[in-house]
Ligand binder design. Structure first.
Ligand code: SF4
Ligand code: SF4
Length: 93
């Protein structure tokens, strides 16, 4: 699997927010921090993010498999990824 870059470009392509596994409660919880990270724009030095899970570690609030839409994401295709549920598993880097 590829080593996905922690970049704003990739974050913008990430469709996790539209995924059924990304619960409403988790969105509410992670929104402020995610917005701050996006405003800062320095993802290289961001330790944890509730999104772009194929580049970062797994989620701290998504805890149930309700479908994964990673395979339809541009980051997935561009990096030739093959796993699913990066929010629940460590991404194997
Ligand atoms: S492959 Fe999945 S985790 Fe990675 S950017 Fe796309 S939707 Fe997000
Ligand atoms: S990694 Fe897959 S299952 Fe998890 S939120 Fe992103 S698209 Fe959904």
């Amino acid at each position: 699997m590829g080593n996905v870059e922690k970049s704003m470009e990739n974050l913008k392509k990430c469709i996790c927010m539209k995924c059924p596994s990304y619960s409403f409660a988790c969105k509410m919880k992670s929104m402020p921090k995610n917005v701050m990270s996006m405003v800062k724009g320095d993802l290289e030095n961001t330790e944890h993010l509730e999104g772009l899970f194929c580049a970062f570690e797994k989620s701290k609030c998504i805890d149930e498999e309700k479908g994964c839409i990673c395979a339809t994401c541009d980051v997935y295709k561009e990096n030739e990824l093959s796993n699913l549920y990066y929010c629940l598993e460590t991404n194997g880097k």
